[in-house]
Write a protein that binds this ligand. Structure first.
Ligand code: FES
Length: 159
């Protein structure tokens, strides 16, 4: 889907103004924009390019290279499942498959009802207690498939 999504342009302008003077400003700006509006809108690309005096293609290349950056707004809730090695060794791939099947979407996608976005993450710093995930930024450890179902249920219908 390439349709433009509405976003708070003032918040994007503010991030660019605050961070464009930093050394290696591209990543801090992209992180700041995603924090401020939830994703990096396509319309922000020329604004960043102008501020940093680089081409739009260069900005777009950085956004595409780092899967962390969303190019579409996320769902109401964001689930990030750790797919790094330590969590994989204790079952995170089975959890990932279960999550895809329960949500009816793949990683980097949002459920049809707009409720949940599923994303991979590569290490949450709690490797001894996997499989781990975050739900709206809140860390959960030793997540079994049934614990995942409970977490999902608790989030359904909440804002
Ligand atoms: S590998 Fe999953 S938290 Fe480190």
């Amino acid at each position: 889907m390439n349709r433009q999504q509405p976003f708070d342009i003032g918040a994007v302008q503010q991030v660019i103004a605050e961070r464009s003077g930093l050394q290696g400003a591209m990543l801090p700006i992209l992180h700041g924009i995603q924090e401020a509006v939830g994703f990096v809108p396509a319309d922000a690309v020329p604004m960043i390019a102008d501020a940093l005096n680089v081409s739009r293609a260069e900005v777009h290349g950085v956004i595409s290279f780092y899967h962390h950056f969303r190019q579409q707004p996320p769902g109401r809730h964001v689930v990030q499942i750790c797919r790094a090695e330590a969590c994989q060794s204790v079952g995170s791939e089975a959890l990932a498959k279960h999550a895809e099947s329960l949500l009816g979407c793949q990683f980097h996608e949002t459920t049809k009802d707009g409720q949940f976005t599923l994303e991979p993450v590569y290490c949450l710093g709690l490797c001894a207690c996997g499989p781990n995930l975050t739900f709206d930024g809140e860390l959960h450890a030793r997540v079994s498939t049934s614990k995942f179902e409970q977490l999902l249920q608790a989030k359904r219908g909440t804002s």
